[in-house]
Design a protein around this ligand. Structure first.
Ligand code: ATP
Length: 251
């Protein structure tokens, strides 16, 4: 598989403190990589470096062999790296379907065109419905977005991200703030996206047990440094990971 993303010596410091410290990773195409680590380990900062919200103090990021270290978030999305919150905010009074349709239109590059042919509009809507089906939210297609439960809103965000058709999906804790009942539905959505076999997924997740099955690899950050990077089995067996992050209590 072709390497999609490669970081070299990637580092950023805030006020002299290294939040991400010389991280080297490679992510192949169609790979599912999870990032774990305790609070303050640097996971979100690392994500912000990948998506372009932050510029590194040192090091580089390559995407398909191209140096994108200085690219803006918008330019990175155009290149193929999508992150859910880069999407224009969900419009609360529009329906679920309309929100996704707008994301489809945006991907087609006609966001600012007020009038277009009805047939084209229908094809955008059909495409939007496909994304809604993939995230198991098509039954809510006509609900205003503001009426969705928290878990459903996260599904909507994922559908809108999918609609941008980027090769890479950066998902920052999709289950955050969810009730226990809502978590399996998001897991199912992630599984479906993975099974489609089209995207490379990089995911931050605190609920480690839930992502082990899905992940091709797991990277562990601690104090900004890459403590380990390997298959879920390797990570679970890794003694440094067990003592440093898991407190030695891995079943
Ligand atoms: N903009 C910033 N300015 C100063 N320090 C920052 C900034 N962003 C992050 N940090 C610091 O960098 C370190 C890593 O934070 P980060 O949010 O990336 O960790 P995290 O692993 O995502 O944590 P959590 O699991 O709690 O979200 C922390 O010490 C944090 O205080």
């Amino acid at each position: 598989m072709e390497t999609l993303i490669e970081t070299n010596d990637l580092s950023i410091s805030f006020g002299g403190q290294l939040a991400v410290d010389s991280v080297n990773i490679t992510v192949p195409e169609k790979h599912f990589k999870s990032i774990i680590g305790p609070n303050g380990a640097g996971k979100t900062t690392f994500f912000n470096l990948l998506s372009g919200q932050l510029t590194p103090t040192k090091g580089t990021i390559h995407y398909r062999g191209k140096d994108i270290t200085k690219f803006s978030p918008t330019k990175r999305t155009r290149e193929g790296i999508g992150r859910s919150f880069q999407i224009t905010n969900v419009f609360p009074n529009l329906t679920v379907l309309e929100n996704v349709r707008l994301a489809v239109q945006s991907q087609a590059g006609i966001r600012y065109q007020m009038l277009f042919h009805f047939k084209k509009y229908r094809s955008f809507e059909e495409r939007a419905l496909e994304w809604l089906k993939l995230v198991l939210l098509d039954d809510k297609r006509d609900s205003p977005a503001c009426n969705l439960a928290h878990g459903e809103k996260r599904k909507l965000e994922i559908a809108m991200l999918l609609a941008l058709e980027t090769d890479v999906l950066l998902l920052d804790e999709p289950t955050a703030g969810m009730s226990l009942e809502e978590v399996p539905a998001i897991l199912e959505v992630l599984k479906r996206i993975k099974e489609q076999g089209k995207r490379t997924i990089i995911l931050i997740e605190h609920k480690m047990d839930m992502i082990l099955d899905l992940s091709d690899s797991v990277m562990v950050l601690l104090n900004g440094r890459l403590l380990a990077d390997g298959t879920p089995e390797e990570i679970m067996k890794n003694e440094t990971v067990q003592s440093a992050y898991l407190g030695g209590h891995v079943e």
